[in-house]
Design a protein around this ligand. Structure first.
Ligand code: NAD
Length: 341
């Protein structure tokens, strides 16, 4: 049986990834500061621990066996201090974001390297790292109609957030461990992932979840940060997990590669879709708020070329599933059924 370690298994993508790996027959250990918030974990073993602690990292990289030093077949490193625009673009969390996420990546790679050296198994564990579209240079994302997020546009580097700088640093760190210590790595730049079981409230939620929540709660109007003409693309979580698995099983290509949708919409269009799904013709009040770049879209030429695949599900299909789940959460929280609000 193949073994996998999922770091960040209590988070949004990690919860879905663990489920997928279990469905594929893996033995899975999850690690996170917290258990999944909205479901139970499908992992065989779940360690609640802090990956900023190097000792925890050394302990969890050993797969279960009679011999305590067996490495995992695969490690998925998704743990990060992260959130939507309200968390990463205000500037208030920059030091924590950089310190916490960089420390996790440094500790994990060091633990994988040391275990491999000790047991003579260096190169046996394939490691996935979740980078982000936030690492692309701001200058290429000023025009909402024509953003450039081709993988080779990353340098000269100029991300618009410290979150993006940390992702860029860590991408380089993973490839350095690959070059110097022969650790096989796969790196994907994820673009705005959404879906059920994602954070939808409390300040770390991303745009699709925030808009679904606002629409589910509203009776006549909702607030939107900025003028709503900024553009983005959003990828449904099942397709994100599919892309991660395809990259991990590809023997000839390590990335970095975009995993995202290329169905670009403005935030106003996103709101239109959600209002349509909810059958609520709401007023929109545009207010000041953290926005990020003016335009961003996934460039899927490289993923198509290298993996022969790219996400294809329509945004609306994913939004229908997500809105249904968030409405349920809102209902449970307020105790008032949607039909009576
Ligand atoms: P998430 O916040 O739901 O999951 C991250 C998990 O990491 C959380 O459960 C958190 O508790 C855990 N974590 C944080 N610090 C930790 C620590 N010190 N020790 C152990 N666990 C810790 O985020 P997500 O949306 O599931 O994203 C997963 C990964 O994908 C992250 O690295 C994120 O940067 C990246 N990514 C996500 C998106 C997206 O749109 N969701 C886009 C680009 C990149």
């Amino acid at each position: 049986m193949k073994t996998a370690l999922v770091c960040g298994a209590g988070g949004f993508i990690g919860t879905h990834l663990v489920e997928r790996l279990k469905a594929e027959g893996y033995w899975v250990r999850g690690v996170d500061l917290k258990y999944p918030e909205f479901s139970t974990t499908a992992a065989d073993d779940f360690v609640q621990g802090d990956l900023r602690d190097p000792v925890i990292c050394q302990q969890i990289v050993c797969a279960p066996s009679d011999n305590a030093s067996k490495p995992f077949d695969e490690i998925y490193q998704l743990a990060a201090d992260m959130g939507g625009a309200g968390f990463i673009f205000t500037g208030e969390n920059d030091a924590d974001i950089m310190h916490n996420s960089a420390t996790i990546n440094l500790n994990m790679l060091n633990a994988i390297h040391k275990l491999g050296e000790k047991t003579g198994t260096l190169g046996k564990t394939q490691v996935f790292y979740s980078s982000s579209a936030c690492m692309y240079p701001e200058r290429n994302q000023m025009d909402p109609d024509n953003p450039n997020c081709a993988e080779d546009s990353a340098y000269p580097a100029d991300p618009d957030s410290e979150y993006g700088w940390e992702k860029l640093f860590s991408e380089r760190l993973y490839f350095a461990y690959n070059r110097n210590y022969n650790i096989p790595v796969r790196v994907a730049r994820l673009h705005n992932i959404f879906g059920p079981l994602g954070t939808w409230d409390g300040g770390r939620e991303k745009a699709p979840a925030a808009i679904c929540r606002k629409v589910a709660k509203a009776t006549d109007a909702i607030e939107i940060w900025g003028d709503g003409t900024q553009t983005r693309s959003f990828l449904y979580v099942a397709e994100c997990v599919e892309g991660i698995r395809r990259l991990m099983t590809c023997e000839t290509f390590a990335g970095p590669v975009n995993i995202g949708s290329d169905e670009m919409v403005s935030i106003n269009q996103l709101v239109d879709y959600v209002c349509e799904i909810a059958a609520k013709p709401l007023e929109r009040n545009h207010i000041d708020g953290p926005l990020g770049v003016r335009g961003r879209n996934s460039d899927n030429r490289l993923i198509k070329e290298k993996l022969g695949w790219a996400p294809s599900q329509s945004l609306k299909t994913g939004l229908e599933l997500t809105f249904a789940w968030i409405s349920e959460q809102v209902e449970q929280q307020s105790g008032v059924p949607a039909s009576l609000r």
